[in-house]
Ligand binder design. Structure first.
Ligand SMILES: [Zn+2]
Ligand SMILES: [Zn+2]
Length: 341
């Protein structure tokens, strides 16, 4: 099969012919129709996850995968060839305390146990992908393959982040940054019944933010973000998709009492924290890593019902390097999706 291979970190991707993956009794072989590209694919190729044990190369990246079931293992009963599916890429062990609690994303073995599709196991930058059947789920009819793919990381990161922030229906959710993550965050928060505030880094994208479901748009560079959020009553959840630590610190000052700052984008920069303010208003800072399999199923239904759609650029598999270059240069509007067909 045709595949895009990362042969070693800090090397360009290589398009080549490799054997199609073998499957076990509890696996599914998927004929990939679409695979979203994510900033973490760049981090992977740059070696950021090597210290976490993600160090097996060559590897086929890609963790936002949708496609058609091609074959199922002997013990798989809930899927059949021809089913339209997507892959939840955290292949939890199924029996640690987190997996048992339905929090697959915290499985104790995900980093050490080679259980991350597209990171420590071959992913979806290919014509075929193997996945454990338990992590393969049917797509609602309303979602096509390209539109559904980005939900499997970007969308889930937003949905899981809002839930991890302790969101309750009707509360105010501020989304920082309107990019690959944020443009889905606005739509998802709106569909969840929130009063949605978009905080843009530049003041641009105001009309776009409204069209994506924002009730209010704040210019992140046009004055005190915290004061602007407080003027709206304060944000119960600030969902940060930005790497701009100044913007994050500013927005934190705009949390409502008991509000949560949810960090959903990967940065190693520090943000200033004043413990007395956290204490006085019982603010929380929450790290959020994708979401659970249950969250994923909920999100697919929410997306189908509320017509949530990513804005995508579509590229053939062969252009994976060009797509990564566009990601690196922040040129992708808003999610780039590879299609092997
Ligand atoms: Zn586990
Ligand atoms: Zn991702």
């Amino acid at each position: 099969m045709k595949a895009v291979v990362l042969e070693a970190v800090q090397q360009p991707l290589v398009v080549k012919d490799v054997p199609a993956p073998a499957i076990g009794a509890q696996d599914v072989l998927i004929r990939v129709q679409a695979c979203g590209t994510c900033h973490t694919d760049l981090h992977l190729s740059e070696g950021m996850f090597v210290p976490f044990g993600v160090n097996k190369f060559p590897l086929i990246p890609g963790h936002e995968v949708t496609g058609v079931v091609d074959r199922v293992g002997a013990q798989v009963t809930h899927l059949k060839p021809g089913d339209r599916v997507g892959v939840y890429f955290v292949f939890g062990c199924g029996h640690c305390s987190y997996c048992v609690a339905g929090e697959d994303e915290n499985c104790t073995t995900i980093w050490t146990g080679s259980r991350l599709g597209g990171f420590s196991l071959d992913g979806g930058y290919a014509e075929y992908m193997r996945a454990p059947a338990d992590c393969v789920m049917r797509l609602p009819e309303e979602l096509d393959f390209v539109d559904a793919a980005p939900f499997f990381c970007a969308g889930l990161t937003m949905y899981g982040g809002i839930k991890n922030g302790g969101y309750r229906p009707g509360q105010r959710v501020a989304v920082l940054g309107i990019g690959g993550l944020g443009h889905l965050g606005l739509q998802i928060a709106n569909a969840m019944g929130a009063e949605v505030i978009a905080v843009t880094a530049t003041g641009a994208k105001k009309e776009l933010a409204h069209s994506l479901g924002a009730h209010h748009v704040i210019n992140g560079t046009g004055g005190d973000v915290g004061a602007q959020l407080r003027a709206l009553g304060g944000a119960n959840v600030v969902l940060s998709t930005t790497l701009d630590t100044q913007l994050i610190a500013g927005a934190m000052q705009g949390l409502a009492t008991e509000g949560a700052l949810v960090l959903a984008a990967v940065t190693v920069e520090s943000i200033p924290v004043v413990p007395a303010l956290l204490l006085a208003f019982q603010h929380r800072i929450v790290g959020s890593l994708v979401g659970s399999r249950g969250d994923m199923q909920e999100l697919l239904q929410l997306a189908a019902k509320h017509k949530i759609r990513p804005m995508t650029e579509i590229y053939p598999l062969e252009q994976a390097n060009e797509v990564h270059a566009r990601l690196r240069a922040q040129q992708v509007r808003f999610r780039a999706v590879l299609t092997p067909a």
